[in-house]
Design a protein around this ligand. Structure first.
Ligand code: F6P
Length: 325
């Protein structure tokens, strides 16, 4: 019997992000090129616990580079948060002869990856999250596509906001991070951005909108990150009640931000990170995440990734305000 080849498992976990498929494709094809076997795990950590495994060949990842979502499906697994779930997962990995695991996902997924690495599993993380809230990488897979989705939507909303001289409230995703909202404020020319990192009241926002009206603006765009602490409906009510000049309309962009074909940037980033994750294993690294640092993709210890909080760059927050004059 031929010697068993080094076998890599790959899964996607948490909220999906455009470009995850490109990362899966890169992992599969780089591993096969280097004489490794690849097992695709369905439904993230849930599938790792229940053994939803399939061997993957080069044709299994054909035609997916341009597709949003994840062909491996994903989940937010409660069971895996418990040590017993992690133990069961390791057992299933051993039964399948899996020697290493590549986890593509967000902050919570990197916590799971670190927990496995502490139990002796060779794990490599790849950051994928539209929120861009993962420490250790300049940008995560999916963020660029989500930004472009937001930009297209806000551009359309601005057209109608201007025609009717209205204030449009637009809610972006970002439970704990204002990254998307701040960047959207810059690239879409918003008057105000509300983010979890900077407390602000609905009354204060209404006053800024009134100021914008007095300065002669034909419309106002207000970007509210979902985790800002101010509900978009309450904000609309406050602005309408304070009679600031503009009447309001609101749009909650929701999960539209998570779908769609990845941008060229995300396809390239995902491909580079997928290749680098396999190279990490070949070079004997594990317990690390691939991270974009400057122009290169580096390895960042998972412990550092999960023990640090990525903060919104306040320079961008202030820039958005200056440019809204
Ligand atoms: O983490 C990505 C994210 O899209 C957050 O911005 C958002 O709060 C959350 O996922 C929504 O999760 P779900 O798809 O489970 O509703």
């Amino acid at each position: 019997m031929a010697d068993k080849k080094f076998t890599v498992g790959v899964l996607t976990s948490g909220g999906d992000a455009p470009g995850m498929n490109a990362a899966i494709r890169a992992v599969v094809r780089t591993s096969l090129t280097n004489n490794m076997d690849v097992i695709g795990i369905k439904h993230g950590y849930e599938g790792l616990i229940s053994g939803e495994f399939n061997a993957m060949g080069p044709r299994d990842v054909g035609g997916i580079l341009q597709r949003g979502g994840t062909i491996l499906l994903t989940s937010r697994s409660k069971r895996f948060m418990e040590p017993s779930g992690q133990r069961d997962a390791i057992r299933k990995m051993n039964e399948a002869g899996m020697d290493a695991l590549i986890v593509i996902g967000g902050e919570g997924s990197m916590n799971g990856a670190y927990a496995l690495s502490q139990k002796g599993v060779k794990v490599i993380g790849i950051p994928g999250s539209i929120d861009n809230d993962i420490w250790g990488t300049n940008i995560a897979i999916g963020t660029d596509t989500a930004m472009n989705t937001i930009m297209e939507a806000v551009d359309k909303l601005r057209d109608t906001a201007s025609s009717h001289q209205r204030a449009f409230l637009i809610e972006t995703m970002g439970r704990n991070s204002g990254y998307l909202a701040v960047m959207a404020a810059i690239v879409c020319g918003a008057e105000v951005a509300l983010i979890p990192e900077v407390p602000i009241t609905a009354d204060e926002v209404a006053l800024s909108v009134e100021e914008a009206y007095k300065r002669g603006k034909t419309h106002a765009i207000i970007i509210n990150a979902e985790g800002s602490g101010v509900r978009t409906t309450d904000l609309a009510e406050t602005i309408d009640n304070m009679d600031v000049g503009f009447k309001t309309r609101m749009t909650i962009l929701g999960h539209i931000q998570r779908g769609g074909s990845p941008t060229a940037y995300d396809r390239l980033l995902a491909s580079r990170m997928g290749v680098k994750a396999v190279e990490a294993l070949i070079e004997g690294h594990h317990g690390v995440m691939t991270g974009l640092k400057g122009k290169g993709v580096d390895f960042i210890p998972l412990l550092d990734v999960i023990s640090n909080k990525r903060k919104v760059n306040m320079e961008y927050y202030h820039m958005a305000k200056v440019l809204a004059r």
